[in-house]
Design a protein around this ligand. Structure first.
Ligand code: HEM
Ligand code: HEM
Ligand SMILES: [Fe+2]
Length: 521
């Protein structure tokens, strides 16, 4: 770790993983309630557990983004965080607000919670994903503003890179669109219209910038590829994401009472939305193919590649599937939507947060990378979670196709509930898939406690005395000889021998250094 203040990211990541576990437990509860109607009733009704499942998802992803920002911004800006203390206070405010909100959902009826928390002053509750009481919404706003202040000041006072600029654009955008969570017009069309400014413009707009920045950061670290190369990709990706995603909001305006031209605008622009996701996939593979070092943190690289591929599948392919107005006419609000929602959220945002945690957490624990044994556990968790999420998606897609057929296309359409009864087998299998996902998550948590043969950063430093010297003089990447910088900043520099001919500028990695490298196996 280059700067001490990067450590503030650690509690954010730990909280993120803790809440992730909670999210999945509630996913399993609602998954079970789908097939055993009165499971846990009346203690935890479906509607309440569903709110907890989705709210925990969003909150832990926010914890992940914030941790990532606090970790990455100092390193990119080449200075300590503007105020580490503020970052820690913010953490506790966020954690307490979040925990009290979940307790509120579970402990009192929703209407009582609304009455208790001032919903009559400014009614904002009762909308999917925006169920939080007013005070929680204000709390989230304050937490995000505090983050913005801290990381923006850090960036302004330090080096500005494309990664920090794009990350900041994403975070400022996140805060801006959150303001629409406070706007709840009485007219139902306007309500829905602006609701999507939070939901859609988050996941298909500004969050994509955050995702691109995190992905680029992890890839730069594990591959050692030049920044200039990364920068070009980044600008292309964000331009494509914004151009398609902003007008693409129209794919939610087909049937809510907005003018009919949205069926054209929404269809055309949202049909292009897969492109930035596809470019991100090309970007990730191209970086890894051009890599100039074999970073010992293999699993972080796997998460980064996994993010790019699964996001393209979940958002790009499963999004495209139902985005054209004539298709959406039939699939709207069906299990097809749930299939897409799961794989897109998992592939893009869950995986990118796990990628940065996988890269940063070992370093914050004083290691070059986790031991090969711990990485093996994490690799298992990667495949268990990813494959079961793909299976869940396929099952929900199957359920969705049947649902649309039986309920909306067939000559003798069935009622909603009669249709659901026909789909029971899909929901049982989905529950089993959820169980496997949960096992994968437990394996993930266990991987943090597997010791194995760890290479500590301190071991590395005694080997590379020159690197330590440079560090003590406070020199940074650009100032010192690349060999030392490689070790100090990037933890490990081992040229990929096979690629040497194709990469002339590899010459900057002196062979003595490589020869001295402690084997990290
Ligand atoms: C990572 C990015 C994405 C995430 C996290 C995501 C997530 C979601 C979620 C959760 C919903 C359900 C919202 C609700 O409760 O009504 C949804 C709906 C939808 N998404 Fe995405 N999405 C992403 C990207 C995309 C893309 C790129 C497309 C198009 C190519 C797309 C097309 C749609 C459509 C058409 C709907 C409405 C479905 C309906 O009418 O029921 N999404 N998305
Ligand atoms: C990281 C993994 C997961 C993510 C990102 C995720 C995300 C989501 C999202 C975005 C929704 C709202 C979907 C919509 O309205 O279209 C949702 C609902 C739901 N999720 Fe998950 N989920 C995950 C894991 C699970 C697991 C393991 C299960 C359990 C089997 C599960 C079961 C459900 C159920 C039953 C619903 C409610 C669907 C409905 O209202 O009909 N989820 N989840
Ligand atoms: Fe959308």
């Amino acid at each position: 770790m280059q700067y001490q203040s990067q450590l503030v990211a650690k509690p954010y990541f730990i909280a993120a993983i803790g809440l992730f576990i909670g999210q999945i437990i509630f996913g399993l509860i609602i998954g079970a309630q789908y097939v055993i109607g009165d499971f846990l009733f009346p203690e935890i009704p479906f509607n309440v557990a569903r709110v907890v499942h989705t709210n925990l998802l969003v909150v832990w992803l926010l914890f992940g983004f914030m941790g990532a920002a606090y970790y990455l911004v100092p390193e990119e800006s080449e200075r300590e965080l503007y105020s580490p203390k503020l970052a820690i206070i913010t953490f506790w405010v966020f954690l307490v607000t979040g925990a009290l909100t979940i307790v509120g959902y579970l402990a009192v009826p929703y209407a009582t919670l609304a009455a208790m928390t001032g919903n009559d002053i400014l009614p904002t509750m009762g909308r999917e994903f925006l169920e939080q009481p007013l005070i929680t919404k204000v709390g989230i706003l304050l937490v995000v503003v505090s983050l913005l202040y801290n990381v923006t000041m850090t960036t302004l006072m330090g080096r500005k890179t494309s990664i920090t600029i794009i990350l900041l654009m994403g975070l400022w955008g996140l805060a801006f669109f959150w303001l629409f969570a406070f706007y709840n017009p009485v007219n139902l069309v306007l309500d829905k219209y602006y609701w999507w400014w939070v939901i859609h413009l988050w996941v298909e707009g500004v969050w994509e910038l955050i995702m691109a920045a995190l992905l680029a950061f992890v890839l730069i670290k594990v591959t050692g590829v030049d920044r200039e190369v990364i920068d070009k990709w980044m600008y292309i990706i964000i331009a494509l994401a914004l151009v398609t995603g902003i007008i693409g909001t129209g794919h939610h305006y087909y049937w809510i009472g907005t003018p009919a031209y949205w069926q054209w605008w929404g269809s055309i622009f949202s049909a292009l939305e897969p492109i930035p996701f596809f470019v991100m996939t090309l970007f990730a593979f191209s970086m890894v193919n051009r890599r100039r070092r074999d970073h010992p943190n293999k699993i972080a690289t796997l998460w980064a590649l996994g993010t790019a591929v699964t996001a393209f599948l979940g958002a790009g392919v499963w999004g495209f599937m139902h985005t054209l107005a004539p298709v959406n006419y039939f699939t709207h609000g069906s299990q097809i939507t749930a299939a897409h929602g799961h794989l897109a959220f998992y592939g893009a945002y869950v995986m990118v947060v796990l990628a940065i945690i996988s890269y940063a957490m070992p370093i914050m624990r004083g290691r070059v990378a986790n031991s090969p044994q711990a990485q093996l556990w994490e690799t298992w968790s990667f495949w268990l979670m990813t494959v079961s999420m793909v299976v869940i998606t396929l099952l929900l897609t199957g359920a969705g196709v049947m649902q649309v057929w039986l309920q909306r296309i067939s000559e003798t359409p069935m009622s909603f509930m009669a249709t659901q009864a026909e789909l029971e087998i899909f929901y049982w299998l989905r529950l089993i898939g959820g169980g496997v996902f949960f096992i994968g998550l437990i394996v993930y948590v266990i991987s943090f406690f597997i010791k194995g043969d760890i290479t500590y950063l301190s071991d590395e430093k005694t080997i590379k005395k020159d690197a330590v010297q440079d560090a003590e003089e406070g020199k940074t990447t650009e100032e010192v000889a690349p060999s030392a910088a490689e070790v100090r900043v990037e933890e490990e520099a081992k040229p990929v021998v096979a690629d040497e001919d194709a990469r002339p500028d590899l010459s900057f990695v002196p062979t003595e250094t490589s020869a001295e490298d402690k084997p990290t196996k």
